[in-house]
Design a binder for this molecule. Structure first.
Ligand SMILES: [Fe+2]
Ligand SMILES: [Fe+2]
Length: 214
């Protein structure tokens, strides 16, 4: 019997310190991607699952590498970058969700073809992969522990960075839509430090709560 995406997430994350750290990040990315996906009418269950499980391929990567407080060596970078491919395999084989797996594979592709793993260009990248790319970058800049090389950014600073990288890293149209959406929503102060699902629900009444996360 296939596991549900939520069960897979919990199963894989329960004893894994690194993925515990990324769990909250993943849930936030899921909400952000759902919001953006609905706005441009590309939301469906596969997008939600892909956003929730986008970093599931980090299972097995040593935390000394994933949380290294310094620049990664070329080899370490290659190892970390393998997570979008590994995530694709896990979600395809474990959940049988081929589409969601493809969106996960695409979540580090860049608009200008300089991303990974396939160096796709522009609209060759699934729109769902482009959606997750932006939501992931925003959350990473404003919270995530991987963001060692800079002080965490305010929302305004993160918007400026998204705009700076529009049409190189990101789909510029999606950047515009994302920024106006987040300005409208006004993320609550507790957004980054709560696991309280009620906060998520109040913030995103338009996003159904798919399960009890915590
Ligand atoms: Fe990732
Ligand atoms: Fe991520």
């Amino acid at each position: 019997m296939k596991r549900s995406p939520e069960a897979l997430f919990d199963y894989i994350t329960q004893d894994h310190e690194v993925l515990q750290i990324f769990k909250h990040h993943s849930v936030r990315v899921m909400y952000l991607a759902t919001l953006l996906g609905k706005k441009i009418e590309h939301y469906d269950e596969d997008l939600r699952v892909a956003a929730l499980l986008h970093d599931i391929g980090k299972i097995g990567i040593a935390k000394e590498i994933l949380l290294k407080p310094a620049r990664l060596t070329l080899l370490e970078k290659t190892i970390v970058e393998s997570h979008s491919h590994i995530g694709n395999v896990i979600v395809r084989k474990e959940l049988g969700k081929t589409r969601a797996a493809e969106f996960i594979r695409d979540h580090h592709e860049d608009w200008d073809g300089r991303g990974y793993p396939r160096r796709l260009i522009g609209e060759q990248i699934s729109i769902q992969g482009r959606i997750i790319r932006i939501c992931d970058a925003f959350d990473t800049m404003t919270y995530d522990l991987r963001n060692y090389n800079a002080v965490k950014k305010s929302h305004e600073e993160a918007f400026a960075e998204l705009e700076r990288c529009a049409w190189t890293q990101f789909d510029g149209n999606l950047v515009d839509t994302f920024i106006s959406l987040i300005k409208e929503v006004e993320l609550p102060n507790r957004w980054y430090d709560t696991f309280d699902v009620e906060v998520f629900k109040r913030t995103f009444p338009q996003v159904e709560n798919p399960y009890h996360f915590f």
